[in-house]
Design a protein around this ligand. Sequence first.
Ligand SMILES: [Zn+2]
Length: 103
Amino acid sequence: MKKPNPVDVIGGIATAVVTGIVAASLADHDVSSLILLSVICSMLSTGMTLTERVAKAATTEVYRCSAQGCSVEIRATRNHSPERLAVLRGMATDHTRHGSAAA
Ligand SMILES: [Zn+2]
């Protein structure tokens, strides 16, 4: 079961509110229901796509090696267990653990 994170919830609410406002104002102008429906659909899908991107960016951890000249970095999404994230962070930040892989 995936628990919705706050960004998903906020993005979803913002999308729904904006879509509702636009739909209401278009309805005021006697726009046909077919056009109204297509506008609503495209706004919802755009909003959800943006939300997904923001949510993904907000839930990705980047661990970089601090050794000079080493470009090793590990990106991990936060839906891994804390133990696993700690292992990944350890691998990225401890240069001796990946030193041979770097140029
Ligand atoms: Zn390194």
